[in-house]
Write a protein that binds this ligand. Structure first.
Ligand SMILES: [Zn+2]
Length: 1031
């Protein structure tokens, strides 16, 4: 999956003081809820079971800690006062478990216990004293058992030394009142689905569908239950091997189950058939409906799917985890006016007696994870081309078919590139790329049927190369997934980075080969997020559905890509990495893997580097190193420590990384041959250069995932060298110096005075990436000052930024520009200049908008200037109305989004409210655009206030549309908080999110937001005096 806009690049946080522990400052009820309403135990056990694959997970033995499950269950139910007393006293004593009798639980409780040990359930007169007494007894018994030699803790007591009887897990109650036979998030491993026959009958008039699913499965371990997934499906009939069976449902985990009185024996094959009905989903996942207005003004409806990560279960009952791969045979009925698409080519169409047509697709020729299944019912049209035996087609709504040509051309080139690069041919006979009018993510890699937003697939011939670059990158990403993700799939979502890090990396690698004219540059931005203590390891535990959603973040995508880049750059020559990848794909073709499998494949016996050892240090721990370099003559000392931004100076970690440190020096600094490598594995290490040098630049071309501190003298030497000759380093190296010094200022490692020294150099800078880096950093300080309402300081900062880049801004033209890098630079500079009210800029933009309006759209604004022009138009009430009218009638999605950003940048309260509520309703503005609207509004003080009110008032509706933890919600939270820096703002944000409880307070992005505000606050406290003196 690919997301459209990267908010991470805009968000920075500054200077730490104290560590922030999320729970520490929260009210007591919040602490309790987060303790008892999460699902840690359930899932820890699930994870344990997968650690020992030989064990039948159905029969996993539960240690006494599983009784915490009961507490969790109780936490969600009404407790009488005494029970509550009992509970809290247990908590106070640090005993987080306590057994209760199910006899006292009502049938509506979602949790009961099969063989409940009796204890703390008492007449209502029982008090805390009894509970304490009970705990003392429990503690004494535990000690007695502990001191009995050779005695394990069993229900029967001591005489069975070798066999531990399982303590039954707490089973929840199904919707029909029966016990649901499974108590974990992950499904049992006893049954493996082999193939699915799906028949779907969508009714686009009623917005409902019926379905029939036949699952052929193999019993791996004897069991008397089948547990699988299903959500919002009403099962009307179920048969197992021709006998009717009852399907139980446990809604909180979206699980279904069938119980059997006799065991299904290992080695058996069996068939479960279900008929069901459901409504189309009205969010952006599952089998959902979408619509658009055609050129005659008629509303046209269609239905499409988005299953990653957890939504295949909303369209058909299935084993909805990536490791349960199977084949799929899909049949869909439709009206004659529609067409259907699925992963495979259509095999035949049959006229049904009810006047409909049933399309049947070929059975998948590959085993597939459920999240990759896809189908569409619509009236799209396509263009098509045969590429090395694969039929490649690009589909769109009929009106936009003229914008599909570029996608087909670049897909053909990329497909050939990947066939060759991976040395494995794309395995299906066809590959469809489809632009869907309502689509939340940027694109989704369904095997053989890749779905896109219109913006990421459709581009006109007259579009700028910058717009084509977006389309090409997204296609390159999704095509890479056809191998990395589809052919070889991560075993569980904890290793999502294997999919996303790789696909993100390949976007750049493939396009540099296939389409050098696009000048795609590496610009992964995960350092800033990963510097926070709320960050997570690339490969990390994932135990709840929200945590699955949260894995779709910049750590999985961009840090994943960065460490692959670093690894590739540390190999001698450019073929080793590729060879390892080919080996990995061939060895695990059609299977599931985890991170270790990749590193093992890349550790080849033919060369000495132990990839596994090196890379595990990057994937198993969060954060990244700060490398400090000390140069004395020809002797270099390198030291590493965790670059951790915290508000508490006492927080240190002992993390060490295996870092392939690259470096160049004053006598050879540009060509790849200049690069030398030293592997830093220890805390500190020293090596000698062949001769004395005046400076060293580490992390050549910024291919390593670390930040470098050169020390006071080192920074001065580099600044001086650059001030004399900017071209003494590559532009990537210059951009990384700018990034690093601002980051070090956040860490409190360099003074802001030192940062300003580097400004001597960057006012001479003209290359795109260093200029954009400097703009980003300075703009962020400006936005923070503005949001603190330090208006005087903010306007001085504004003058400073304009002054620094004055000449560069003055040199920008407003005509057509052919060079991508120049387009990028121009668009960043002018957008900034106009947003800082540079008069010449706003004047030019206004007149261009007028010409565009007067020409009725026949004069085109160059693609890279559109955003600047529309944003300026959004500032005046009169042109805002014109722009809104244009927006409503525009068909071309990429232009439309730029207009929307222009509209959302207004400062007029009435219009801000109008856009937000229209986006929420989905009328005129699609709901999928809300994250974009909010992130745009949050660039200004007034806009952000409205956005914040809106989020608070409409939180429940937002999480209905965008799942908790999802990328959209992460974006919204980040946008609205990342430029706050006052205690008052912190208090408000904290109060709101802690009040949400299970409706979002537990999200990592909330912790990240709170941490960021604190760090901003502390940086401002420290540096405001310097800013006042210096500006
Ligand atoms: Zn992806």
């Amino acid at each position: 999956m690919k997301y459209l806009f990267n908010v991470f690049s805009r968000c920075y946080s500054y200077k730490p003081l104290q560590t922030f522990h999320f729970h520490a400052n929260l009210p007591r009820n919040m602490i309790e809820n987060s303790m008892f309403e999460e699902e840690p135990d359930v899932v820890d056990l699930a994870k344990d079971s997968t650690t020992f694959p030989a064990l039948d997970p159905d029969e996993v033995t539960y240690e006494p800690r599983s009784s915490r499950l009961l507490v969790r269950g109780l936490g969600e139910n009404d407790m009488d006062d005494d029970e509550e007393d009992c509970e809290s006293s247990a908590r106070l004593l640090g005993m987080s478990f306590m057994n209760r009798s199910s006899a006292h639980r009502s049938n509506s409780s979602p949790y009961t216990r099969q063989a409940p040990p009796r204890s703390c359930s008492r007449p209502s007169s029982r008090t805390i004293v009894v509970c304490v007494l009970f705990l003392v007894i429990v503690a004494s018994m535990t000690m007695v058992l502990y001191f009995l030699p050779a005695c394990t803790f069993t229900k029967a007591g001591c005489p069975k030394p070798n066999k531990t009887n399982p303590i039954e897990p707490v089973y929840p109650i199904s919707t029909n009142g029966e016990l649901f036979p499974w108590a974990q998030l992950r499904l049992p491993q006893s049954i493996k689905p082999l193939s699915y026959d799906l028949t779907l009958n969508p009714d686009l008039d009623k917005m409902t569908f019926t379905g029939r699913t036949v699952i052929n499965m193999s019993i791996l371990h004897s069991t008397n239950r089948i547990v699988f997934h299903g959500a919002n499906l009403s099962i009307t009939k179920a048969t197992f091997m021709a006998s009717d069976v009852t399907v139980l449902e446990y809604k909180p985990r979206q699980q279904l189950a069938v119980n059997f009185s006799e065991e299904l024996k290992a080695g058996q094959y069996c068939v479960l058939t279900m008929e069901y009905s459901a409504n189309f989903s009205n969010t952006y996942d599952g089998f959902y409906n979408s619509s658009y207005i055609d050129k005659d003004g008629n509303k046209r409806v269609l239905a499409a799917t988005q299953f990653e990560p957890l939504s295949a279960r909303k369209a058909f009952p299935c084993f909805d985890e990536p490791a349960f791969k199977a084949t799929f045979l899909i049949k869909i009925s439709r009206k004659k006016t529609y067409m259907t698409l699925s992963n495979m080519p259509k095999a035949k169409s049959t006229n049904l007696s009810n006047g409909l047509v049933q399309d049947e697709f070929e059975k998948t020729s590959v085993n597939m994870s459920t999240y990759l299944v896809a189908f569409i019912v619509a009236n799209f049209t396509s263009i098509t081309k045969n590429v090395s035996g694969t039929q490649v087609s690009v589909y769109s709504v009929p009106e936009k078919i003229g914008h599909t040509e570029y996608a087909l051309t670049i897909t053909s080139k990329l497909l050939e590139f990947y066939n060759n690069f991976f040395d494995i041919n794309y395995p299906l006979k066809k590959l469809d790329l489809v632009a869907i009018p309502d689509f939340l993510a940027g694109a989704m890699e369904n095997w053989g049927l890749i779905t896109f937003r219109e913006t990421t697939l459709l581009v006109g011939n007259e579009s700028s190369l910058l717009e084509k670059q977006v389309v090409a990158s997204v296609i390159a990403h999704e095509l890479a997934h056809q191998w990395f993700g589809n052919l070889v799939t991560m075993r569980w979502w904890n290793d999502l980075w294997l999919n996303e890090g790789f696909a993100t990396y390949m976007e750049y690698m493939s396009l540099q080969e296939v389409s050098p004219d696009l000048e795609t540059v590496l610009r992964f931005r995960a350092l800033d997020k990963d510097a926070l203590s709320s960050s997570h390891a690339v490969s990390t535990d994932v135990n709840t559905t929200e945590q699955v959603e949260e894995m779709f973040d910049s750590v999985s995508y961009e840090k994943g890509a960065s460490i692959l880049l670093m690894l590739n750059a540390s190999f001698p020559g450019d073929q080793q990495f590729r060879k390892g990848i080919i080996e990995y794909l061939k060895q695990f073709s059609g299977l599931n893997t985890d991170t270790d499998d990749l590193w093992n494949s890349l550790t080849q016996p033919t060369h000495h580097m132990n990839v596994s050892q090196m890379m595990t240090s990057w994937t198993s721990q969060k954060g990244f190193p700060l490398v400090t370099v000390n140069l004395m003559g020809n002797q270099v000392t390198l030291t590493q420590e965790h670059f951790l931004l915290t508000s508490d100076n006492t927080t240190h970690t002992s993390s060490l990384w295996n870092i392939p440190v690259t470096y160049v020096n004053d006598s050879c600094s540009l060509a790849p041959e200049c690069r030398q490598v030293f592997t830093l594995k220890n805390k500190s290490d020293t090596f000698k250069l062949s001769k004395n040098v005046t400076w060293l630049k580490l992390n050549y071309k910024s291919t390593g995932f670390y930040i470098v501190d050169y020390g006071k003298d080192g920074w001065s030497a580099l600044t001086e060298a650059l001030s004399k000759n900017v071209s003494v380093l590559t532009h990537e190296d210059r951009a990384s110096l700018i990034h690093n010094i601002f980051a070090l200022s956040r860490l409190g490692r360099v003074t802001f005075r030192q940062v300003l020294n580097l400004q001597k150099y960057f006012s001479l800078e003209t290359e795109t990436s260093p200029v954009m880096e400097a703009l980003l950093q300075l703009n962020n300080i400006y936005r923070q000052l503005e949001k603190r309402q330090e208006s005087n300081l903010a306007s001085r900062m504004k003058n400073f930024i304009r002054g620094t880049f004055r000449d560069l801004i003055a040199n920008q033209t407003w005509d057509k520009e052919e060079n991508v890098s120049k387009q990028e630079l121009r668009s960043a500079l002018l957008e900034m200049a106009c947003s800082l009210n540079d008069e010449n800029c706003t004047h030019q933009a206004t007149s261009l908008f007028k010409k565009y309006k007067d020409s009725n759209g026949t004069i085109r604004i160059p693609g890279d200037l559109q955003q600047t022009v529309f944003t300026v138009a959004g500032q005046s009430d009169e042109t805002w109305d014109t722009l809104f009218n244009m927006y409503v009638h525009a068909t071309y999605d990429s232009e439309k989004r730029k207009m929307l950003k222009g509209l959302a940048s207004t400062q007029n309260p009435q219009r801000l409210v109008q856009i937000l509520s229209s986006g929420l309703r989905g009328s005129l503005i699609q709901t999928q655009e809300l994250p974009l609207i909010i992130s745009t509004m949050c660039q200004s003080f007034a806009g952000c206030l409205f956005a914040w009110d809106f989020i608070q008032e409409n939180w429940d509706r937002l999480i209905e549309k965008f799942p908790i933890g999802s990328f959209a919600i992460q974006t919204i939270i980040k946008s609205v908080t990342s430029q706050s820096s006052t205690q008052a703002q912190l208090n408000k944000v904290q109060a709101f999110f802690s009040g949400l409880k299970e409706r979002g307070s537990q999200m990592r992005s909330v912790q990240e937001a709170l941490e960021t505000i604190k760090l901003n606050r502390d940086w401002m406290d420290r540096n405001l005096p310097t800013l006042r003196r210096w500006l």
